[in-house]
Structure formats: C-alpha cells, structure tokens
Design a protein around this ligand. Structure first.
Ligand code: HEM
Length: 415
C-alpha cells in the first residue's frame, strides 16, 4: 500500500465512532418505544436507558473522542473507549451500575484530558468544558446512588450546555473581548451552584436555573459569530442556521424552567427535548462537517440536501412542543417525536452517503484551493472537500483548539 493510499484510509480512532453510532441507533429505537411505536429492538430495559444512552453513550463519547484527538496522546483515547463501552454495557444484561461505573471512568478520563489541555492553553473555554464534565460525573454518581432519572435530567442537560457553550466560546474568541471568557465562566459556575441548590430546593432552584440559562443564551447567542455567518452562503450559512436554531431551543428550555421544576408531564418532555434535540442535535448538525473529518481523516462534504433533515428536525420539534406539549394534543407529541427520529436518521444517513460520494462536482478544483494548515494536534478537514466559503487555515490553532474553530473563523469579508 502506498503512503497516499494509507493516508486516505480512516485512522484507527474512527473505530471509536462505532459505539457512539450504536448508542445513537439504540437510543432512537428506545425513543420509538417510549412513544409507543413499534421498533426493531425491544429489550426489556432499552426504554429505561434512552436518556443516558443518548447523552453519554452517544454525545459524550463523541465529545470525548474529539477532545482526545485535540490532545493527541494515546492515553487520551482511554476516555472515549470507556465511555463508548459504558454505552454498550447499557445495552447488555450486566447490572446498570457496572455500565454507569464504566461511563464514570470515561468521564473522569475526560476531566484528565481537559486538565492537560488547560495546562497547554489557559483558556476559560477549557475550564467551562471541565465544569461540564464534572457535572456529568455527578449526574452519573446520582444515578448510581438511586436518584431517579427525572431529577438527574437537568444535570445531563447542563453537561451538554456547558460543553457546547465552552466550544462556542473558543470560536467566539475571534469576536469577543478578553474579559467575556471570564463572564461566561462566572455564569457557568453560577449554573452549577444553582443545580446543586435545586437538588434541595427545587421550587426556587429551577426558576433561577431557567433565568441563568436564558441569560446565557441571550448573551452568548447575540455575540456568536453565527450571527454574521448567517448572511453568507453554503456550508457557513447552514452551520450558522443550525447554531441559531440551537440557541432558540436553549432559550425555550430556560423559559420552561423559569416556570418551576419540570419532573414529569408535558413540561418535562418540552424541556428535555428543547435541550437534547433542539439545542444539542442542532449544534451537532452544525459541526458535523468539521468534527468528523478531523476524527476520521475522511471528508464530509457539505451538500445542500443537509437542509432537509435540519428543517424537518426543527419543524417536527416545533409541532411536538407547541401543538403537542403546550396545546395538549398527544398525537402531535407522538408524531412529532416520530419525525424527530426520521430527521436524525436522515441527517446521519446523508452524512455517511456524502462522505462516501466525496465532494460534489461543483466544488472548486483542488489546484485553486488553499493548502490546509498543519496543526500539531488536529488533523484538519481537507479544504478540497469543504465549502469554498469556509476559510480553512484562516487562523492559528492552539493545541487545545477544536477543529470547529478553524472551520468557522470568519472570512475577511465578514470581519
Ligand atoms: C430524536 C428523537 C427522540 C425522541 C422521539 C425522544 C423521545 C423521548 C421520550 C418520549 C422521552 C420520555 C419523556 C417522558 O417520560 O415524558 C424521552 C426522555 C429523554 N430523552 Fe429523548 N427522544 C429523542 C432524542 C433524544 C436525544 C437526542 C437525547 C439526548 C441527546 C435525548 C435525551 C433524553 C433524556 C435525557 C430523557 C429523560 C430520561 C429518560 O426518560 O430516559 N432524547 N425521550
């Protein structure tokens, strides 16, 4: 095999995406069971583990894999390996506590990875993400000690909110004032303290948590570079639209919590899926074209068809939360949820097909594209495969930077 052929093969770490992919498929299967639809798999506890499987088994493994790539140390991969294994154990007959313990080892590994990244680059964004990982560890400990999932859900939500907002801060560095990182860090600490307080005094804690999350959404969303990129086109507009939609849903979750604790019923369904589908999955859609190539060293070219699953996801979520949860039409919750599942399958299916097909024919010829920046730690997406509007190599990469930072750096015409 020639060196060029070897380079085209996905690296071994791509195998670590498999447990995350399985967790996603099993989690969607469980979502169908929870909604009362027939589903391909029906083990006894599948529906019970849906939330943890999706949050830690799928998204957690993906995040820890991305961080391990940024760290570029062999031992950094122990975190995604154990988190992925924890997700698979949830699907096996072993006691749930063993699966949670395995995930806990992975989350602890993620904290260690963040600590090393922090020593390399003392950025508040890394501290905020570390705080998120600590929240995931506490959520897992609460589950191990028997606290019901409906109480732990807000902890799982804050894990994802802090992790994603930390990543957005890394990017927004290009447009933010230096002290803005400190503001976000203080807000993140306040959110975690409020979560702790909400365990004891939920009637006061949740409205406060809602207010803080609303404040975070307005503050970060209005400063995010997505506000500028929405006026561009191609991949950058797609990413910006997904991110702005994500902020919208995060604001909805904040507003629902502002009304008080949401441990059951329609407000529970609304708050959960505003955060987990509206915010988290939308942010994943926004960043898929840059994160996956960095992990797999295989291009995931943007195609305008990606708008179809993204629009379907948000439209069906609107139906589910507004007509279903707010107006009380049960069928809208069920069928909105069903279309949520279809939209996610369509998006990830499109991503796989797009990656196999390679760049669309309209892509500029390779000779006209600028060379990729060689990062010490991150294998960047090949600019031949990305949207021409994405200025790969527009900025320097710090050792802790995520590949998303490069891909979304504003082009000179935007700044
Ligand atoms: C895509 C379609 C999805 C559907 C149709 C769906 C459906 C559901 C349903 C019906 C519930 C039970 C709500 C209740 O008891 O009132 C639930 C709970 C939950 N979901 Fe989802 N879900 C989906 C995606 C996701 C995703 C992507 C995540 C996380 C990233 C997630 C995380 C959770 C969590 C944490 C819970 C609460 C704990 C639990 O009941 O397991 N869901 N979901």
């Amino acid at each position: 095999m020639t060196t060029a052929q070897a380079r085209r093969l996905p690296p071994l770490r791509g195998v670590l995406l498999l447990p995350a992919g399985l967790a996603l498929l099993a989690g969607l299967d469980a979502a169908l069971l929870l909604l009362g639809f027939p589903a391909p798999l029906t083990f006894s506890r599948l529906a019970d583990v849906h939330g943890y499987l999706m949050t830690l088994g799928f998204v957690g493994t993906l995040i820890s894999l991305e961080r391990a790539v940024a760290l570029s140390k062999w031992w950094g991969y122990l975190s995604p390996v154990t988190m992925g294994l924890g997700g698979l154990l949830l699907l096996s007959p072993v006691p749930l506590t063993i699966a949670f313990m395995c995930s806990l080892v992975g989350i602890t590994g993620m904290c260690v990875n963040y600590a090393v990244l922090w020593r390399r680059n003392r950025d508040e964004a890394v501290l905020i993400q570390t705080l998120g990982a600590a929240v995931a560890a506490i959520a897992t400990l609460l589950l191990i000690s028997g606290v019901p999932i409906r109480v732990v859900v807000s902890w799982l939500a804050v894990f994802l909110i802090l992790t994603i907002c930390g990543e957005r801060l890394e990017l927004a560095r290009l447009t933010l004032a230096r002290h803005d990182g400190t503001v976000l860090l203080v807000l993140s600490c306040a959110i975690v303290l409020t979560l702790l307080g909400a365990l004891l005094w939920p009637t006061v804690g949740y409205p406060l948590l809602g207010a803080e999350i609303l404040g975070l959404t307005i503050w970060l969303g209005s400063r995010d570079v997505a506000m500028k990129l929405i006026r561009t086109d191609g991949l950058r507009r797609f990413m910006a639209a997904c991110m702005l939609a994500g902020y919208f849903w995060l604001g909805v979750a904040g507003a629902v919590w502002l009304l008080g604790p949401a441990f059951e019923g329609v407000r529970y369904d609304a708050v959960i899926h505003a955060v987990f589908i509206g915010f988290t999955m939308s942010m994943i859609m926004a960043h898929a074209s840059t994160i996956l190539p960095a992990v797999l060293r295989r291009p995931l070219p943007y195609r305008s068809f990606m708008w179809v699953p993204a629009l379907l996801l948000h439209a069906s979520l609107l139906v589910r939360l507004w007509i279903g949860d707010a107006l009380g039409v049960l069928e809208a919750v069920e069928y909105g949820g069903l279309v949520n599942v279809i939209a996610l399958l369509l998006f990830f299916g499109t991503a796989v097909v797009s990656s196999i097909l390679g760049p669309p024919r309209t892509a500029p010829s390779p000779t006209k594209t600028p060379p990729a920046v060689k990062s010490p730690t991150v294998n960047l997406p090949n600019p031949e495969t990305a949207d021409p509007a994405v200025p790969t190599g527009a900025t320097e990469v710090s050792p802790s930077s995520s590949p998303t930072l490069l891909a979304l750096a504003p082009a000179p015409k935007d700044t």
